[in-house]
Design a protein around this ligand. Structure first.
Ligand code: ACO
Length: 442
């Protein structure tokens, strides 16, 4: 028997050994591997060698479907039970009782702030909402119809050229400064991208307004002296921001950690994370939901569309999730928020189609068997559309709050002594070494 780890076997409270014994049938050798927090160390498998000089066994896991890449104390999800918690607080309670900036403090610092700490945090963010004028000029140079998310990704990356101290990622003060700058400035970048697309002049931040109120002002203010945000709308966006703030190791967060693990500055890493979010399988899904609902066009055509999805000819956008195998708790809160928004704006005709789609899908064997339920994106797009946002801006609306989650995860990664530069292995399936053929003989 070969042992791994520190050689000290611990028993759990029931006296059961927290190990697994693996027999390598190629050699007949047995190995006892430690189990810690329900995981085995992939590295422990390297000692399983078929012959002298063998590299050792690796684990193969495309898409990291069953691989924990870090230890994290930020967000907990129980996908079977539909539970989402930030630092131990249920998402439902945060959405109901906290503000987005309070939730941001919680994610970044680990605890809910007291009144004084919240005021200081809010004030610090408020003081950093303006962009450097050269940033603004740079954004003006984008093509007139540039996709706002492309502008967002490019502009966040460009921020690293303005804050040269950002590369000092091992300096806690620098990490704090970039955290504040990013949280404060992403709404400004997002709003400028939106106005650019419409050919409207950029609106500078109004620091007398709330975080969301200021964002709405930068989006929609015209010639009035001060923009007055509608409180229902302001609250709805604040709730949506809370729901989107973090979601543990999703595709974009993994990009943030992976790129950040090279110790590049956080603007470059955040731009990489935002680029990951841009894809339709991730943050672009709510845009795809609206296009899908528009294409269906009428409630009566839903059964035909579901048949089409079941025959493998397309996806039911906004359904399914790698982690949630029951109702996404964020989708349930969004559905309730939608009711409040529609009371103000009047019903969105796409809602009727969405509700019918959900009803039929949740009764259908195909979706039941695969545990496919509505995810956060199924209803968020419908709300955004009712609020007057064009679909192109949807992923940007997602990126603003998720920047907080990316930063919390990045800071945790930098402070974790176990983390190393992300560098996965591969299973090489290409040709063996072969003789070079000169071009005239190919
Ligand atoms: N519509 C129809 N079938 C689906 C859907 C869907 N939306 N999602 C999954 N399936 C099917 C797959 O075809 C597969 O079927 P099979 O077993 O017969 O091959 C099975 O369900 C399992 O799906 P996978 O793709 O293996 O699941 P995975 O965990 O890799 O993918 C994902 C998760 C990407 C979210 C997927 O469900 C999907 O593409 N959904 C639509 C896009 C979407 O809404 N994305 C937003 C996710 S939430 C977020 O990022 C904020």
């Amino acid at each position: 028997m070969v042992q791994t780890g520190k050689g000290t076997r611990t028993n759990n409270q029931d006296g059961v050994r927290e190990t697994i014994t693996v027999t390598d049938n190629r050699t007949g050798r047995e190995y006892e591997l430690d189990i810690t927090d329900g995981t085995v160390r992939a590295r422990d498998f390297r000692q399983l060698k078929a012959y002298e000089g063998d590299f050792g066994l690796m684990v193969y896991d495309p898409g990291f479907a069953n691989t924990a890449s870090c230890r994290s104390a930020i967000t907990h999800i129980n996908g079977e039970q539909g539970i989402l918690e930030y630092r131990g607080y249920p998402i439902e309670e945060l959405a109901q009782r906290s503000s987005f900036l309070e939730t941001a403090y919680l994610l970044i610092h680990g605890d809910l702030p007291g009144a004084g700490a919240l005021e200081a945090w809010t004030e610090e963010i408020r003081m950093h909402t303006y962009l450097h004028e050269s940033m603004k000029q740079m954004m003006e140079a984008f093509q007139y119809d540039a996709h706002p998310m492309g502008m967002f990704v490019g502009s966040v990356a460009a921020m690293s050229t303005f804050y040269r101290d950002a590369k000092n990622v091992n300096d806690p003060q620098s990490r704090h400064d970039q955290t504040i700058r990013l949280i404060a400035k992403v709404p400004t970048i997002a709003a400028f991208s939106y106005r650019h697309n419409l050919g409207k002049p950029y609106v500078y931040p109004d620091n007398d307004l709330s975080y969301v109120g200021n964002f709405l002002s930068m989006l929609w203010k015209m010639s009035e002296p001060q923009y007055k945000p509608n409180p229902t709308l302001e609250k709805a966006i604040d709730v949506l921001f809370i729901l989107h703030a973090d979601h543990e190791q999703n595709c974009s967060t993994n990009a943030m950690r992976s790129v950040g693990s090279s110790e590049v500055d956080p603007y470059s890493a955040t731009a990489a994370a935002a680029a990951a979010l841009y894809g339709p399988l991730h943050g672009g899904a709510n845009e795809a939901v609206i296009r899908m609902l528009t294409e269906i066009g009428d409630k009566s055509r839903v059964p035909q569309f579901v048949k089409h999805v079941k025959s493998g000819e397309g996806l039911l956008w906004g359904f399914g999730h790698r982690i949630y195998k029951s109702y996404d708790p964020r989708a349930a809160i969004i559905k309730r928020t939608a009711d409040e928004v529609f009371e103000m704006t009047g019903p969105n005709p796409l809602l009727e189609i969405a509700l019918e789609l959900e009803r039929i899908a949740l009764e259908d064997e195909y979706f039941i068997e695969r545990k496919l339920y509505p995810n956060v994106d199924f209803y968020s797009g419908i709300i955004y559309q009712a609020l007057g946002f064009p679909v192109d801006i949807f992923p940007v609306l997602f990126a603003i709050p998720r920047t907080v989650g990316w930063l919390a995860q990045w800071r945790e990664m930098i402070e974790d002594p176990e983390q190393k530069i992300a560098r996965p292995r591969q299973v090489f399936v290409g040709p063996e070494r072969r003789a070079y053929v000169p071009i005239e003989r190919r």
